[in-house]
Design a protein around this ligand. Structure first.
Ligand code: AMP
Ligand code: GLY
Length: 423
């Protein structure tokens, strides 16, 4: 089959890599893609958020399946436009994508489906904001209702900072969601859905803060690992039963079936499992670690989801290996992102046994050199028999890459690898 991937990050490069390894995938296209994806797929230059343009591209390349990576095209209705021209599309409709597009909507669905989550208050005036902050107390959790690329959330003990963030969102015409603080470790579980059936992938953990020890600003994600040796037995089944399946059932009941990835961002709190957030797509960088471990050919799974046939699939097969992803970020990220720095050493990094490198913010300059072109530049993935081995592989590979002014976290999966070695 011919597959068209929409997006340009390391998540889309991970999807392209897995689809390229699937013997049923005969031709790969990507829009707009990046230089790394370009080694596996034919690249196209249409606007990824323009549904009409993407649908006509899918027709022109005779795609059998379109896979939409990021949230912006989903919320813009790209999956709807592709389905309207009769092509299977992996990714929710704009209506179902509201599970990610509006935190207030997601809370409404969770309430209706009795999914455990932090108690929310939706505020549209400074008075409501002040009342909600007073009601919950510190630590304050202040969220922009709409899409904010992972940067709309402030968690702070400082009432002034919480108030300022909330008032800035309101002043910009937005809606603020204030919610109860959730303690405990976070887990990302991606559930493949076809509108009715839910097939979970393996859980992963993401590192959202910019610097070691969870210091610095929230980012799109600086690293991830899978599996989670510390996760309680039965976690995946519990999430499917108490979170994903009730949510998918509620969306179907409302006439807006959810098809695509339901990304369950969870906190394992002292009071039990709670949903921190839903996303309507694969997570980045968790996908880089999770797909590195999936043995079942990915194309078949995504096509079955797009065609409502997930119930027919045999169980997914997983490698016993661990996978650790470390993100190499450009100078200044996340406040800014310097572009145009030359990247060296990718071949040397991939020569490390068990390592591979995925592109995100990369481009080719006039001298045909590979250069940085965004905040998160590369994902370096290491696989190994244990998390410690996978970490060692990822960091050895990363040490071979040159990018002036770049930074990365040195503690991805460190605590989990140490605990695994202890137990
Ligand atoms: P979100 O965009 O909703 O995923 O939030 C980004 C990050 O903020 C999450 O990954 C958490 O680390 C943190 N966060 C969000 N909501 C809460 C909450 N209710 N309690 C504690 N931390 C939270
Ligand atoms: N890893 C966080 C996200 O994809 O939103």
């Amino acid at each position: 089959m011919k597959v068209l991937i929409v997006g340009s990050g390391a998540r889309e490069h991970a999807l392209a890599r897995s689809l390229h390894l699937d013997p049923s995938v005969t031709e790969l296209h990507a829009v707009p893609g990046n230089p790394g994806i370009g080694a596996l797929a034919t690249l196209h230059s249409q606007d990824p958020n323009d549904g009409v343009a993407i649908a006509s591209l899918a027709v022109n390349v005779r795609a059998d399946l379109v896979v939409v990576g990021p949230e912006a095209p989903l919320v813009a209705g790209v999956a709807d436009a592709v389905r309207e021209v009769g092509i299977a599309c992996f990714g929710p409709t704009a209506a179902a994508g509201m599970l990610e597009g509006s935190k207030a909507f997601a809370k409404e669905i969770m309430a209706a489906a009795e999914v455990p989550t932090a108690e929310p208050r939706v505020c549209i005036t400074p008075t409501e904001l002040a009342a909600a902050l007073a009601e919950f107390g510190a630590p304050y959790v202040v969220k922009d209702d709409g899409l904010a690329a992972g940067k709309g959330v402030v968690v702070t003990d400082d009432l002034t900072q919480a108030t300022e963030h909330g008032e800035a969102i309101i002043a910009a015409g937005g809606t603020v969601v204030i919610e109860e603080y959730l303690d405990g470790p976070e887990v990302s579980l991606f559930c493949i859905c076809d509108g009715a059936t839910v097939v979970p992938l393996q859980p992963a953990q993401d590192f959202k803060r910019a610097f070691d020890g969870d210091q610095g600003l929230n980012t799109g994600g600086m690293g991830a690992y899978s599996p989670l040796p510390w996760a309680p037995p039965g976690l995946v089944e519990e999430v499917v039963q108490t979170v994903a399946q009730p949510t998918v059932d509620e969306m179907a009941r409302r006439g807006t079936p959810f098809q695509g990835v339901l990304y369950c961002g969870l906190a394992l709190t002292s009071k039990g499992l709670r949903v921190v957030e839903f996303n309507a797509r694969f997570g980045d960088p968790e996908t880089q670690s999770v797909l590195a471990r999936l043995k079942t050919p990915l194309g078949k799974v995504l096509l079955a989801a797009a065609q409502g046939r997930l119930a027919e699939l045999p169980p997914l097969e997983w490698s016993e290996d661990a996978a650790v992803t470390v993100v190499l970020a450009s100078h200044g990220y996340p406040e800014s992102a310097r572009s145009g720095d030359v990247i060296t050493g990718i071949d040397e990094a991939e020569a490390v046994d068990g390592a591979h490198v995925l592109h995100a913010g990369t481009a080719t300059n006039d001298a045909l050199e590979l250069v940085s072109a965004g905040g998160r530049v590369l994902s370096v993935i290491g696989r190994g028999a244990s998390l410690a081995d996978a970490r060692a592989t990822a960091y050895e590979a990363l040490s071979r890459i040159g990018l002036a002014g770049s930074h990365h976290r040195t503690d991805i999966a460190l605590a989990a690898a140490t605990d695994q070695a202890d137990s």
